[in-house]
Ligand binder design. Structure first.
Ligand code: SIN
Ligand code: CO
Length: 386
């Protein structure tokens, strides 16, 4: 899968469009093939661990239901859409698609969402707070996109936030391989013209509200908030009812004291590496792996590389990874400082082969952690011999 951004380099694309304006990228993927069949997608949406939604219209009324679904027999041949979140957690091909957009760092990435729709199917006109690259697979879909502005939003159904009609600035038919890039807050509506699949690579940032609320929990859990305002340099006041600018600065300073680089990165590392959707447990293989010993996987590593599980979030900070710290699936991991060079490999690469791992394999801490991650299925071998 080779991404072509209208012949722009990633740097040009980011400068021109990213977070600024929507754009249609014709043949962003040449000869793009669906990542899975409609039947396979429908099967996934029957699984308890997979997040899915059906959206349909019945007598002009919008309807929505959350999976898992037991059957699709009641749906007709028109006007419905099946959406599956976090396809990249289940399907290596969806993880491959996400990697095409790795010129944007992974902490900004949310998931790959798949959408299957029959003619007339749509989730309705709405506004997202996300950046998204909607990659059209089989079939055709008409997309209308409006300009950013003040639009009234309303619940067309309790699970569907829609927006009032908008004047389109883009009105196109997407064909297989075409991509529609949408920054946040541009209203849009995609209506399927013929049975169609699309794969949306979404990027998120948490809102200030979400960040502050999670940070407050972090400060409380780690007892980092006991500092009080001090004012030994106080001057007498003539306006006792006034909170003057010096005092406002003291209040701000108290809040800022909680926001050290270490506290912010430790908090954000956990928050951003946490996967909001369940990770695959690698099915039956998980049983074989439960007992795997270090000498066994080291043997296999000489033959084939370890693969990183799709959906596993793994980040480090430029400012402190040299101390051996990084964040994996919502937790901080501490390696011996002399193993810090392994961290960029773990977090930036999707395959680890024997040659790149070799310098680190003499450290017990690395062996023990890797064994644990392999048991969990977070790094795995494509083919594990019996
Ligand atoms: C869809 O793919 O069905 C809807 C995606 C979107 O508009 O965000
Ligand atoms: Co949308």
């Amino acid at each position: 899968m080779q991404l072509n951004l209208n012949n722009l380099t990633p740097a040009q694309f980011l400068a021109e469009y990213w977070q600024k304006k929507p754009v249609v990228i014709r043949q962003g993927f040449n000869r793009f093939a669906d990542l899975l069949s409609a039947d396979e997608l429908a099967g996934l949406a029957m699984e308890e661990s997979v997040e899915s939604r059906l959206i349909w219209q019945e007598a002009e009324q919008w309807q929505a239901a959350f999976g898992p679904f037991e059957s699709y027999d009641h749906l007709g041949e028109q006007n419905w859409t099946l959406v599956v979140q976090a396809l990249n957690n289940w399907l290596p091909e969806a993880e491959q698609l996400a990697r095409c957009f790795d010129f944007i760092p992974r902490w900004r990435f949310d998931d790959v969402m798949a959408s299957y729709a029959v003619p007339g199917g749509s989730v309705g006109p709405h506004i997202d707070r996300y950046d998204v690259f909607i990659c059209q697979g089989s079939g055709r879909r008409r997309w209308r996109v409006g300009d950013k502005g003040q639009y009234r939003e309303f619940a067309a159904h309790e699970a569907l936030l829609h927006t009032e009609p908008f004047e389109p600035i883009i009105d196109v038919e997407l064909l297989p391989g075409d991509i529609l890039y949408l920054p946040p807050l541009f209203p849009h509506d995609g209506v399927t013209l013929e049975e169609s699949m699309s794969f949306s690579v979404g990027f998120r940032t948490p809102s200030t509200q979400d960040m502050l609320s999670a940070f407050a929990d972090y400060v409380i859990d780690n007892q980092l908030g006991s500092m009080q305002i001090t004012d030994p340099d106080r001057q007498p006041t003539m306006t006792p009812g006034c909170i003057d600018n010096d005092d406002l600065a003291r209040i701000r300073e108290q809040l800022m004291q909680a926001l050290t680089d270490d506290a912010v990165s430790d908090f954000a590392g956990r928050l951003l590496s946490y996967s909001k959707c369940q990770l695959a447990d690698n099915g039956a293989e998980a049983d074989d792996l439960a007992e795997i010993r270090a000498d066994e996987w080291l043997d296999v590593l000489q033959q084939q590389p370890l693969q990183r599980l799709g959906g596993l979030r793994c980040h480090y900070f430029e400012h402190n990874y040299r101390q051996g710290l990084f964040y994996l699936n919502g937790e901080m991991v501490r390696l011996p400082g002399e193993c810090a060079g392994l961290i960029p490999l773990l977090c930036n690469e999707y395959q680890l082969d024997f040659a790149c791992m070799r310098p680190w394999l003499e450290y017990d801490a690395v062996i023990n952690l890797m064994t644990d991650w392999i048991v969990r299925g977070w790094w795995y071998f494509d083919e594990l011999e019996e």
